[in-house]
Write a protein that binds this ligand. Sequence first.
Ligand code: ATP
Ligand code: MG
Length: 201
Amino acid sequence: MHIKTLVLDKFKSFGRKTEIPFYEDFTVVTGPNGSGKSNIIDSVLFALGLARTRGIRAEKLTDLIYNPGHDGDEAAGNGPLEASVEVVLDNSDGTLDRTQVVNAAGTDNVGDVDEITIKRRVKQTEDNYYSYYYLNGRSVNLSDIQDLLAQAGVTPEGYNVVMQGDVTGIINMTPYERREIIDEIAGVAEFDAKRDAALEE
Ligand code: ATP
Ligand code: MG
C-alpha cells in the first residue's frame, strides 16, 4: 500500500486546491526554504490522525487553515474558514482487505477498496471549531481511521514518518534505547509487553 495522491485545500500555505502525486517506492519534494515542503508532511499526519497539533507545528487546529496574513503581508482574519486534506491510498496489493475497510466505515457501501481515501476537514465557526474524518466518503471517527491504519502497520507511535530532528535523536540515543525502536518496528515490542503482562498474572 502506498500514498497515490494528496489533495490539499486551504491547508497551511496551500491557499488553492492542490493535488500532489506520489510514486510507488520513492518521491522527492524539493523547493526553497518556506515553500511548504514540511507542510506537505504535516498534511499527511493531520489527515491520517497521526499527530497532535504540536507534531504538525500548530498551536490549535484552526492554525492549519490557510491564512493569507500568515506572513504579515496581508490583513489577517479574512481568510477561509475551512481546510481539508485528502490522502488517496493505492491498496491494489490488498494490504487492507474489504472486510477491514467495511468494518472501519461501518457500512458495506465503501466502493472499490483498491483505492482508499481518507479525508479530514477542519472547520471554524464564530466561537468553535469542528473536525471531521471520512473514509471512502463515509463519515467516521478518528478511532476508526486509526484502527484501520494500524492493521496496515501505520500507527501514531510508529516510525512511519521520520521527522526533522528524529535522525539526530536516534543517533544520540543509548544503544538500549535504539534497540527499543528496532523492537518496535520489528513488531517484537508488542510480544514483550504481552509476555510481561502474562508474567505479572
Ligand atoms: P524548510 O526548507 O525551511 O524546511 P519548508 O519548505 O519545509 O521549508 P514549510 O515549513 O513547509 O517550509 O512552510 C512554511 C511556510 O508555511 C511559512 O512561510 C509559513 O508562513 C507558511 N504557513 C504555515 N501555516 C500557514 C497558514 N495557516 N497559512 C498560510 N501560510 C502558512
Ligand atoms: Mg521543512
